[in-house]
Every structure is written in structure tokens, then in C-alpha cells.
Design a binder for this molecule. Structure first.
Ligand code: ACO
Length: 373
């Protein structure tokens, strides 16, 4: 029997702190008018001191689980797509797994910049479709504000922080993720890059002095590439899903720039009324932008069960991709009393106690076994 991977839960988390264009105009040589006319962005959310990619991701994940009526213990796999992980290792996904107390889940990070959420969806869907797992949490989570040079007006105006999560579940009912397209062109790696801090250029006082640990971008080249590949990837995903563009209810693109989105929509001949855009309030949240836009469109009643949606994204790598989805929503209207988010604090206490117990057991084992292995 063929298995399908449905999106049955969704949640987002954005920091409370808002940075407006006027705030930025006090930091660098720019204006509200320039930023709006060139990008469409009016404000972005910036992580506070106690917030990070994992904390935003965990909050979004618990909200998504609540919608799906699933407890963290039911999750088989957590994929966190991010370009601003907590560390080079361990993975942010493992930290999210610990923060939500998902005891039986495997976890890994996926690095494909802003395209990452689409690739993570595709990976999770394939694991469900083959029957190797039944329930996955897919996250796009970023705190790019930590990688931005706040003195570089060409990049600092663009990015914002946030996280979005989808729950994917297997079912024999047709629908869910119908197709996906993933592409890369590493010859454009230098167009959008954080040059230092990896194995090629480890962090030294000199790399820090030269600002090589910040985001560097050739905006115009990225702009041209983005408008070209968004059309191509959208059309491929639709064709693979056996749909036509006319049948698509919503195109939900990566939220990088209003002009990129409008150009792509024009080339696809899709009216802007069928394109979900919310970058004016969040800026470019990289891999979190597609779930952020989707969840807003669900909340305001635009996206409904039975809708056909295409997600399309592009980003550093260069990478790009698209996925066609038949939106089903909740699989069954079960009356399960599972409220991970409503009892957020309780879940946090539970997850923290669980984490401490595991650390304590490891400590005791260390005392008993000493240096013996
Ligand atoms: N305020 C005022 N002036 C500015 C600013 C600013 N914030 N930034 C640049 N300028 C100036 C430039 O210095 C330049 O001045 P000059 O003509 O005297 O040299 C002028 O404005 C025009 O600069 P351009 O770079 O040509 O501006 P453009 O219209 O291309 O807009 C932008 C720049 C917004 C960055 C655009 O190129 C863009 O959005 N590109 C795509 C970037 C993107 O989407 N990146 C994310 C990819 S996803 C991921 O993987 C994270």
C-alpha cells in the first residue's frame, strides 16, 4: 500500500524584539524609503540575549506538535534546517530534541541555506513514504542576526530571526508532499558566504579583524539567479506532481525580496493574489521564511484543507528547490489531550528534568566505571 507524508502540524516562533527600518537608519547610512523600495522589508525580529536557534526552534516545534495532537515522544525524526546553528557540532537538531524531550527521535541538521526547509521536507517525506519512520518534525530555524555585520548596510537591512516547524505524518490517504525538486550550483558559492569559521579558514584574530565571520553577499548576482531559478523549480515541481499551474492555489516562496517574488510571479504568470508574502514584517529569515509565511496564511484562513501549494526557495550554495503539496491538515479529529504548547512551561520543566536525569545517570556511570571502558 502506497504511503503518503502529510503535513499535520505547524508552528512558528519569532523573537519579541522588533528592529524597524528607522532603527537601522540610526545605525548605518540608509533610509526607510530605500529599504522598502529595494526590498519590501519594513521591520524584522531580532533574537534577545536568552534566545538562540534551538530555543526558537523548540518553541515552534512544540506549537506544531500541539496542532498535530502529538506528544514529543511520538516523534521519530527531527531535521533542523539552519545556516545559523548553535555550534558546528553537536547539531541544533539534537539540542531541540533534548529541549522538547523527544526521547525516541533521531536528529540531524541540514545545511542548504534558504532552500533548506524544502530539502528537509523532501528528506522527511521520503523517510515516511518508504515506511522507515512514521512521524517527523521539520524545522527551519535561524538567528542570522548573529552572523550579520551591523555596519554593512548592504546586508544588515535584509535579515531577521525566527523559526517555523511542520509535523509530517504517514498515512495511506493520498495527499501531502507530492513532489520535490532540489538543485545546486556550487560555482556560485562565493556569491553568498560566511568565509571564516569553518575548516577552510578557521577563526583567528585576523579573520575576525577582517570581518570574515560575517555574511558576505553579491546582492545583484543573487537577485538575478533567484528570479531565474524560482520559475524553473516551480514549474518542475508542479509537473512532477502531475498538476498544472492553474490548479495551484498558493505559491509560497522564500521571503527574500519583494521585487524577486514579484518578478518570479510575473514570469510564472501567477497573480500576486495567489502568492503568500509577509517579508515586510519579518525580513529574510532564511530557511524559516517558508514555514513563517505558511503558518500566517493558515491562521488568517487563506490556506485551507484541500489547497494545492507550491513552496519554492533559493539561497547560498547556490541552492534552489521547490515542493508541491496537497494540504490536508489534521489527519484525524481525535480528541487527544496533548497540549505541548499550552503547557509549554510544564513541558520545559519535564524536558529539563529528563535532560538532567540523563546527565546524572552518565555522571554516576562515570563514577562506577571510572576509566574502565
Ligand atoms: N541603503 C542605502 N543605499 C544602499 C544600501 C542601503 N541599505 N545598500 C546599498 N546601497 C547603495 C549601494 O551602495 C549602491 O550605491 P552606488 O550606486 O552609489 O554604488 C546603490 O545603493 C545600489 O546598490 P545595489 O546593490 O545595486 O542595490 P540593489 O537594487 O541591487 O539592491 C539588494 C540591493 C536589496 C541587496 C538586492 O540586490 C537584493 O535583494 N539581492 C538579493 C539578495 C538576497 O535575496 N539574498 C538572500 C538570499 S537567501 C540566503 O541564502 C540567505
Amino acid at each position: 500500500m502506497k504511503r503518503y507524508a502529510h503535513i499535520t502540524g505547524w508552528g512558528i516562533s519569532v523573537p519579541e524584539r522588533v528592529l524597524t527600518n528607522d532603527d537601522l537608519a540610526r545605525m548605518v547610512d540608509t533610509t526607510d524609503e530605500w529599504i522598502i523600495s529595494r526590498t519590501g522589508i519594513r521591520q524584522r525580529h531580532i533574537a534577545g540575549d536568552g534566545q538562540s536557534t534551538a530555543s526558537l526552534g523548540a518553541e515552534a516545534a512544540l506549537r506544531a506538535l500541539e496542532v498535530a495532537k502529538i506528544s514529543p515522544g511520538d516523534v521519530d525524526l527531527i531535521i533542523v534546517s539552519t545556516s545559523s546553528p548553535e555550534h558546528l557540532f553537536p547539531s541544533t537538531a539534537s539540542l531541540v530534541q533534548d529541549r522538547i524531550g523527544a526521547g525516541k527521535a533521531g536528529a540531524f541538521d541540514l545545511s542548504a541555506a534558504c532552500t533548506g526547509f524544502i530539502i528537509a521536507l523532501s528528506m522527511a517525506a521520503q523517510a515516511i513514504q518508504t515506511g522507515s519512520i512514521n512521524t517527523a518534525l521539520v524545522l527551519g530555524a535561524e538567528t542570522l542576526s548573529r552572523l550579520v555585520n551591523w555596519e554593512d548596510r548592504t546586508t544588515c537591512i535584509l535579515f531577521g530571526d525566527g523559526a517555523g516547524a511542520f509535523v509530517l505524518q504517514g498515512s495511506e490517504q493520498p495527499g501531502g508532499i507530492l513532489s520535490s525538486v532540489m538543485r545546486s550550483d556550487g560555482s556560485g558559492a562565493d556569491l553568498l558566504i560566511v568565509p571564516a569559521g569553518g575548516s577552510k579558514l578557521p577563526t583567528t584574530p585576523q579573520t575576525v579583524q577582517d570581518g570574515l565571520h560575517y555574511i558576505h553577499m553579491n546582492g545583484q548576482e543573487v537577485f538575478r539567479f533567484a528570479t531565474r531559478v524560482m520559475k524553473q523549480a516551480t514549474e518542475e515541481a508542479i509537473e512532477l506532481a502531475g498538476m498544472t499551474l492553474d490548479e495551484v492555489d498558493w505559491v509560497i516562496p522564500h521571503q527574500a525580496n519583494q521585487r524577486i517574488i514579484e518578478t518570479a510571479a510575473k514570469r510564472l504568470k501567477v497573480p500576486m493574489e495567489r502568492v503568500v508574502v509577509n517579508l515586510d514584517r519579518y525580513g529574510n529569515t532564511s530557511t524559516a521564511s517558508i514555514p513563517l509565511a505558511t503558518v500566517e496564511a493558515i491562521r488568517d484562513g487563506r490556506v485551507q484543507s484541500g489547497d494545492r501549494i507550491v513552496f519554492v526557495g533559493f539561497g547560498a550554495g547556490l541552492t534552489w528547490g521547490a515542493a508541491a503539496v496537497l494540504w490536508t491538515g489534521l489527519l484525524a479529529e481525535e480528541k487527544r489531550l496533548i497540549w505541548p504548547y499550552r503547557f509549554y512551561n510544564l513541558y520545559q520543566v519535564y524536558a529539563r528534568v529528563r535532560s538532567w536525569v540523563l546527565r546524572f545517570v552518565r555522571f554516576i556511570e562515570g563514577v562506577i566505571w571510572g576509566k574502565r571502558v
